[in-house]
Design a protein around this ligand. Structure first.
Ligand SMILES: Nc1ncnc2c1ncn2[C@@H]1O[C@H](COP(=O)(O)OP(=O)(O)OP(=O)(O)O)[C@@H](O)[C@H]1O
Length: 255
């Protein structure tokens, strides 16, 4: 089943105090099946964050459309957009985005509190998730009392607690050391294998090697894509590195 469909997406930014225009997305087309783990890679300025912001409904496209389970996101009414975002999408950011003066438990439960979920149901959802992520011993602590890797696992728990249709992750390993990155990616892979659809933007070939498919963006359009298939991780990493080389040489060398 196609979960997410991006059709002829275009985004042009107009500077506030001049007429200068930047075409961040020229024409983006791709779709994601339910259960996939897809990474988006591309050089700085290629349009990755713009794309993620439009899929997240944080920004509007200039033209084109994003469909989630066949419904166009642009048709969601303004007053319904926050609830849509909270209930349907899960977010993981590079810098965790946890609230410092909330305990870890309260950070994780916040989306459910905002959607007025009964307390009993909140508790029932919390424990299996925190146990699975290995953070149950920390739930009464505050974010400053745990490590970066643990903070990111809290962010994963917060993303999962609403049982979203898709998790959108923007550079989730960007602030983590290599061991914590590896650990987080194994967690995301496990979550995906349990059925969760994930779309992740990353600069890291190693992080991307945990996904099943990689889309390479260049100059605001999907330039290339590769599937992992049955390839072992090292072989897939090798193909990712080669694709990145071609991407940065602007396609002037053979893959
Ligand atoms: N609010 C904005 N106003 C004007 N131009 C913008 C705005 N946001 C992004 N851009 C421009 O759009 C293009 C795409 O930017 P975007 O942030 O989507 O790229 P990116 O691939 O996410 O980059 P990075 O990897 O560095 O985060 C760039 O040329 C950028 O300068």
């Amino acid at each position: 089943m196609t979960l997410l469909e991006i059709k002829n997406l275009k985004k042009v930014y107009t500077a506030r105090f001049s007429n200068q225009q930047t075409e961040a997305l020229t024409t983006v087309n791709f779709s994601i099946e339910a259960g996939e783990f897809v990474s988006i890679m591309g050089e700085s300025g290629s349009g990755k964050t713009t794309l993620l912001n439009i899929i997240s409904t944080l920004d509007d496209a200039t033209s084109g459309e994003v469909f989630l389970e066949g419904s166009p996101l642009s048709k969601i009414k303004d007053k319904e957009i926050s609830a849509f975002r909270r209930n349907t999408l899960g977010f993981i950011f590079q810098d965790f985005n946890l609230l410092d003066n909330f305990t870890i438990k309260d950070n994780i439960l916040l989306p459910l509190v905002l959607s007025k979920t009964p307390v009993k149901e909140m508790e029932e959802r919390l424990m299996p998730i925190v146990k699975n992520l290995g953070i149950e011993a920390h739930i009464d602590k505050f974010p400053y009392e745990v490590s970066g890797g643990q903070k990111q696992r809290v962010a994963v728990a917060r993303a999962l607690i609403t049982q979203p249709k898709i998790i959108l992750a923007d550079e989730p390993t960007g602030a983590l050391d290599s061991k914590a990155s590896q650990n987080l990616m194994e967690i995301l892979k496990g979550i995906n294998e349990a059925g969760q659809t994930i779309l992740m933007v990353t600069h890291s070939a190693q992080a991307a090697s945990f996904s099943n498919r990689i889309l390479f963006i260049r100059d605001g359009a999907v330039y290339h894509e590769i599937y992992r298939g049955d390839a072992p991780a090292e072989q897939f990493m090798d193909r990712i590195s080669k694709s990145l080389k071609v991407l940065s040489s602007r396609g002037e060398q053979d893959e």
